[in-house]
Design a protein around this ligand. Structure first.
Ligand SMILES: Cc1ncc(COP(=O)(O)O)c(C=O)c1O
Length: 383
């Protein structure tokens, strides 16, 4: 009798224990997920919707359509809406991806380049364009030969080599010297090739495919992202001038009141060209300084000659700001501290000038600038 009662008690205990355990587990899942674990209906966190839900084709499909982000700290500090076009999100890490792709595409369209025939794209560059050309050359079946001054951030050379480019480092000299990196790239391209293989000089400073990359894509993107051109000012630096001219020509034709400002690093002559229509004092003329033409830690912007791509839009530029290295360095540290935004040197120059424009225009204005590349590409120099 006792044995039977004990067994029955044990059975009741086991059954009720199991029921309790199932009920409590269910209750826990219900508490956390609002339903059963197989079919959650309430997400734990709010995930932003996918930015682009279409499948893209290859690496070149990743280029462009970069977000326009509100830089919170600068917007709060000035009372303006300061927006940065996040060009560092391109697959090659900078806005130069757009340029490299358009230069190679237009050479293909003109029948100059044909993939997989051993042709090589040559370019003289301080780095970013070279990295973009090296990446797209790989993706499209070409080789890349990059001529660069030897005083740029080390990670740029490393990246180029990993991308399979031939890297030729040269001493930084003036454009009037035949050993200047752009001049050398042009000569190397002309010497290369045979019946099958072509040596193509990309020529980002003079090639209008650079301008059109921004006129046909970056400009329309900004126009759409500002809900049909609701912006008051555009602020950016110029290296080749392709971005500045392309954006200015596209946006000024559509936004009547738009003001465009050049952000120029120390040592560059473009500030004077915009403000006084003269490039330099006689002592600063390109070729008169012995070593660095543009003496700044900032890479990618600032130049002392008038290039085709800058010339295309320069008459539409309203004013210019000179930005010192010290201001650019301070801005880059500020943006990391306040926004977690880790930028390269030319983007920092752009942001310094954007704040000056905001102060000049007063609160309530919308100001767009370019965030060309990330600080990761400037670890050994600017950072
Ligand atoms: C990082 C970076 N930012 C900005 C620029 C300037 O752009 P653009 O050549 O269109 O004037 C360059 C040009 O090389 C660059 O490398």
């Amino acid at each position: 009798m006792t044995l039977i009662t004990d067994r029955r008690d044990l059975l009741i205990g086991l059954v009720s224990g199991s029921i309790l355990s199932i009920v409590s587990t269910g209750a826990l899942f219900y508490y956390f997920y609002g339903s059963t674990p197989d079919a959650p209906t309430t997400p734990l966190t709010t995930i932003p919707p996918a930015r682009n839900s279409t499948v893209v084709e290859g690496v070149d499909g990743l280029i462009g359509n970069t977000p326009l982000m509100k830089i919170r700290s600068l917007s709060e500090a000035t009372g303006c809406t300061i927006l940065g076009k996040a060009e560092f999100m391109n697959p090659g890490g900078s806005s130069k991806d757009r340029v490299a792709l358009n230069i190679i595409r237009s050479a293909e369209e003109q029948g100059i380049l044909t993939p997989h025939k051993g042709s090589t794209v040559f370019e003289g560059t301080v780095g970013s364009t070279g990295i973009s050309i090296a990446m797209i050359a790989r993706a499209k079946g070409y080789k890349a030969w990059i001529v660069m001054p030897d005083d740029q951030a080390q990670e740029k050379y490393q990246l180029l080599e990993k991308l399979g480019a031939h890297v030729q480092k040269v001493r930084p000299v003036s454009i009037i010297d035949k050993n200047q990196f752009v001049n050398l790239a042009r000569v190397q391209a002309s010497r290369f090739g045979d019946d099958k293989r072509v040596g193509y000089f990309a020529d980002q400073f003079e090639n209008e495919a650079n301008f059109y990359a921004h006129y046909q894509a970056t400009g329309p993107e900004i126009y759409q992202q500002t809900q049909g051109g609701h912006l008051d000012a555009l602020v950016l630096g110029a290296g080749t001038g392709g971005t500045l001219s392309g954006l200015t020509c596209y946006l000024k034709a559509r936004v009547a009141h738009l003001k465009v400002f050049l952000a120029d690093p120390q040592g560059s002559g473009l500030y004077n060209k915009v403000k006084y229509n003269t490039m330099y004092a006689p002592t600063e003329k390109e070729g008169t300084r012995r070593r660095h033409q543009v003496d700044t830690v900032v890479e990618g912007i600032g130049v002392n000659r008038l290039t085709r791509n800058f010339d295309l839009g320069r008459r539409l530029v309203d004013d210019a700001y000179r930005v010192t290295d010290e201001e650019a360095v301070k801005m880059s540290r500020f943006l990391v501290r306040e926004d977690g935004l880790f930028l390269g040197s030319s983007s920092a120059v752009n942001c310094v000038a954007a704040v000056r424009v905001a102060r000049q225009l007063g609160p309530g204005h919308v100001i767009v600038t370019l965030l060309n590349d990330s600080g990761q590409r400037h670890l050994t120099k600017f950072w």
